[in-house]
Design a protein. Structure first.
Length: 306
């Protein structure tokens, strides 16, 4: 663990580094925030259960892109995070969701933003990836496409979403996006990110999560999923920046990821990310107080923490 502290909380970052070679490579997150003031035991148990399923899929030879989508669905459906069922309404009282899925093997991307009325934005993103020549669909177009693809609808948001009636930013604003990064037995990488965005966000606001290169990225050298104040992750194009630091700067994944979080903090933002490189080692740099996360360690054991 590397720890660099500063009086300016935006200059603080913490980095957890696993150094051994990993045969099974998988990490997930459930958002970054002030988790030291809450009891997170239920969410940690949930992260572990999702990791168990992911490890089983990898052992059975599942493709990285399929593991990323399946685990994102489990995280979306749980209601434990600000994604899927746990999404909060925007300032107009609507539930607008964003998601992105990227396959590092071929750089295929599927993304949706400001999507209303569908249970699993990550599944709609997968349909965009598989069944369109595009990378992202927004709003009504995304919804019409989801309907044509028979994606599961939410008929009554008041019966489905757990958080009801927040129409302004709460003082103890937390972020709770979910994400998955994975490397399969073929060595291919994939990343998924899904979110309800910031609670009380403006109608139509889209953050980093569905934007390839900002909140989500996978190529032949790295898979990244981010969480935090999305505007700052967009301003620093942080996920693609990590790949560029490795490619052009020759940095290790650890150094590239920590440097990218540091630069995002210099812009005034907070949050964190999970990333996997070709060797399969997961890294988890963040400058928030905590980041919910699960990973498989070098011994193949499941770990979860905030
Ligand atoms: N990054 C997300 C957004 O800005 C929020 C989060 O990570 O919880 O929409």
């Amino acid at each position: 663990m590397t720890l660099i502290e500063s009086s300016n909380r935006f200059l603080v970052f913490k980095e957890k580094i696993m150094t051994n070679t990993h045969s099974l490579s998988l990490a997930i997150h459930g958002g970054a925030g002030q988790y030291d003031i809450k009891d997170e035991s239920e969410r940690i148990a949930h992260l572990r259960s999702v990791m168990v399923e992911g490890r089983r899929m990898l052992r059975d030879g599942a493709l990285a892109i399929d593991v990323a989508e399946s685990l994102a669905v489990l995280l979306e459906d749980s209601g434990h995070y600000v994604a899927g069922k746990g999404t909060g309404p925007n300032s107009a009282g609507e539930y607008e969701l964003d998601a992105c899925l990227m396959n590092g093997e071929n750089r295929k991307i599927g993304a949706v933003c400001a999507l209303k009325g569908y249970k699993n934005p990550i599944c709609v993103a997968r349909k965009v990836l598989d069944n369109t020549p595009h990378v992202m669909l927004a709003g009504r177009g995304a919804e019409n496409f989801a309907s044509a693809q028979n994606c599961t609808q939410i008929l009554n948001p008041l019966d489905y979403y757990i958080i009801q009636g927040i129409t302004r930013l709460p003082e103890d604003l937390d972020t709770g996006t979910i994400g998955v990064v994975v490397r399969d037995v073929n060595g291919h990488l994939a990343a998924a990110t899904s979110t309800g965005g910031l609670l009380g966000k403006m109608q139509g606001r889209v953050g980093d999560s569905p934007l390839p290169g900002a909140g989500c990225w996978a190529d032949e050298r790295v898979a990244v999923s981010c969480t935090g104040q999305g505007e700052y992750f967009v301003k620093t194009a942080i996920a693609a920046d990590i790949s560029a630091r490795i490619r052009y700067g020759g940095y290790t994944l650890q150094a590239a990821s920590a440097g990218a979080i540091h630069d995002m903090g210099l812009q005034g933002g907070y949050g964190g990310l999970i990333a996997l490189g070709r060797s399969g080692e997961p890294v988890f740099p963040y400058n928030s107080k905590g980041m919910r996360r699960g990973w498989i360690d070098a011994e193949g054991e499941i770990q979860a923490s905030v």
